[in-house]
Design a protein. Structure first.
Length: 306
């Protein structure tokens, strides 16, 4: 594939987590490997166009401009996006979804779907592990985008502080890892709605890598990561369970947390380093590109309604 021109299309920047992970980091790794790749440039000359979920108006203008060409078109999406975005799902030659739940959801619109979750997202992969984790009297935190705040308001987790825009601690890409290490326990609740179930494991991944314990909802992507690294089942919160009660059990030692964070780190790196994720990405793209069906592509665009 090194003789092919690859171009990403996105309205996001490196401050947007999914764009940073699924565009900028992969692009940097591809360039280091000698691939011909760009972001929002050289679209006309590109053989493969990857439209990363971002502003629909921005994507639409470019997507339908090049749909009627002989380019191989991919839509990359790691959150539940519906409405107009379903046109991008339907008319792409390949969809890359961030979770199996999301892939299963989109299969009714496009049979050519692959799954690729995010790479580890830390500012420095050599960051020291948190020292002196205190779960007898833990500092309790949460981090994420403000769109995910409503579930915290619903759960009313006691003594919890947030790292987010306008939160107890202001979020920034440069400081978030170090601010997470100010806590002993990070809570990551997800509602079991299509939006929640489609989420990847990136926050759980980050937290454990830097040496902080997670208390998380029992959604599939978190369970899959737990199985990989041997994470305790007791640190999952099931539907109907009380988060505050779980925290009390951790504080009293009724729920014991015995983790070798150095071992956890090595297991995460083997599967979720940007090198490992880029290799998985290349395998997906290469196989799909070789199997592309030009006749199907032409049929798809003949009856397009936009």
């Amino acid at each position: 594939m090194k003789n092919l021109q690859i171009a990403f299309v996105t309205s996001g920047d490196e401050n947007a987590g999914s764009t940073r992970q699924r565009v900028y980091k992969i692009t940097k790794e591809l360039l280091n490997r000698g691939y011909n790749v760009s972001i929002n440039e050289n679209l006309r000359r590109a053989d493969i166009l990857i439209f990363q979920k971002s502003d629909y108006k921005y994507l639409k203008k470019r997507f339908f401009k090049y749909l009627f060409s002989n380019k191989f078109i991919i839509f990359d999406v790691d959150d539940m996006y519906v409405g107009d975005y379903l046109k991008l799902v339907k008319y792409s030659d390949l969809v890359i979804a961030g979770s199996q739940y999301l892939a299963d959801f989109y299969k009714k619109y496009n049979k050519n779907i692959a799954v690729l979750d995010d790479a580890l997202d830390v500012i420095d992969k050599n960051i020291e592990l948190k020292q002196n984790l205190n779960l007898d009297n833990p500092q309790i935190g949460w981090f994420g985008t403000t769109t995910n705040l409503p579930i915290l308001e619903k759960l009313q987790i006691k003594n919890l502080k947030t790292i987010t825009r306008g939160g107890d601690i202001e979020w920034s890409r440069e400081t978030v890892d170090y601010n997470i290490q100010k806590f002993d326990l990070i809570c990551i609740p997800q509602e079991k709605t299509p939006v929640g179930l489609s989420k990847g494991n990136c926050r759980m991944l980050k937290t454990l890598y830097i040496g902080v314990t997670d208390l998380v909802s029992d959604i599939t992507t978190y369970i899959e990561l737990a199985n990989l690294i041997g994470y305790p089942e007791e640190l999952f919160v099931k539907d109907g369970e009380d988060w505050n009660n779980k925290i009390e059990k951790i504080k009293t030692g009724e729920i014991k947390v015995e983790l070798d964070f150095n071992e956890v780190r090595q297991k995460i790196l083997s599967e979720y380093s940007i090198s490992a994720r880029t290799s998985a990405w290349l395998k997906i793209i290469n196989e799909a590109y070789k199997k592309q069906n030009i006749i199907e592509h032409i049929k798809k665009i003949i009856f397009i309604g936009v």
